[in-house]
Each structure stands twice: as C-alpha cells, then as structure tokens.
Ligand binder design. Structure first.
Ligand code: DHK
Length: 144
C-alpha cells in the first residue's frame, strides 16, 4: 500500500480566503485541499493545518513512520523554527517547502527560511497553484 503524502500547513493559513487577499489571494484552505487531492489520481494525501509549532513537529514525527513524502507550508515558523528544522532532518523521504507568496520579494524577515536547508525543493510565489504543483512534483520524485 503506497504511503500517503503529508501536506502540512502552518499558522494563520486557516484564514486563507480572507487573509490579506492582495498577498495570498482568495482561495480558501479547503479549496487548496481539494486541489491537492485531485492533483495525482490514486495518490493518497493527508492534509492538515495547525497554528501550533509543537503540533507540526509531532506531525513530522508521525510522517517519519507513515508518509512517503512531505509538502509543507511552515508559514511564519519557516523563519523562526529550529525545532521544525530538526524534526524534518529525521524524515527520510522527499520534502517540498512551499510558500504561496514569493517570500524573497517581501519584507526582509521573510527572506531566510530555516526549512530550506533540509528541503528537497522550494516553491514560492505560485499562489494556491503551488500546492498541486508540489504534490505532482513529489509524486514524480517518488516514481524516480
Ligand atoms: C505564509 C505566511 O503565513 C507567512 O508567514 C510567510 C507564507 C509566507 C506563504 O506565502 O504561504 O511569509
């Protein structure tokens, strides 16, 4: 049985749709979940969101045993969380770090992500479309 892809979302992403639409668009997190589930027919997706750093760390621990790959939008924890970095270092499969906005075109405090040093790849600035693109990318990585 193919293990699922864990799609993990960090703080404030539960407010997508109304949160700073000029930066994040109007697509809701539920819409994004549907896009991820439809991206690769037959590929199992486990889609989660938390505003709590410890819960994200525990989901990464769970992924070590249960997931084939991780797609993660750590949101603000990208720029603060060595705990999340350390957890992801233990994950044996492909990891795609994803940001809806192009963090490198934004304020300086969004320019250095701790997560990028452990990610297989980083997607930033594609909007909500970055999510299905990341799911297709990990599917291809798992194939190869
Ligand atoms: C989401 C956030 O919540 C911000 O903290 C990041 C990221 C950008 C995003 O673009 O998805 O800066």
């Amino acid at each position: 049985m193919q293990k699922p892809v864990f799609v993990l979302n960090g703080p404030n992403l539960n407010r997508l749709g109304t949160r700073e639409p000029h930066i994040y668009g109007t697509t809701t997190l539920a819409d994004i979940e549907a896009l991820c589930r439809a991206a690769v027919p037959g590929l199992a997706v486990d889609f989660r969101q938390s505003n709590h750093e410890g819960e994200l760390v525990e989901w990464v621990h769970e992924a070590i045993d249960k997931a084939a790959a991780i797609v993660i939008n750590p949101a603000a924890y990208s720029f603060t969380s060595i705990a999340l970095l350390d957890a992801l270092k233990m994950f044996p499969g492909p990891i795609i770090e994803l940001h809806i906005s192009n963090i490198h075109r934004r304020e300086a405090h969004y320019h250095h992500s701790y997560i990028s040093q452990v990610a297989t790849a980083v997607i930033a600035g594609l909007g909500a479309a970055g999510y299905p693109a990341a799911v297709r990318a990990v599917a291809a990585l798992l194939e190869s």
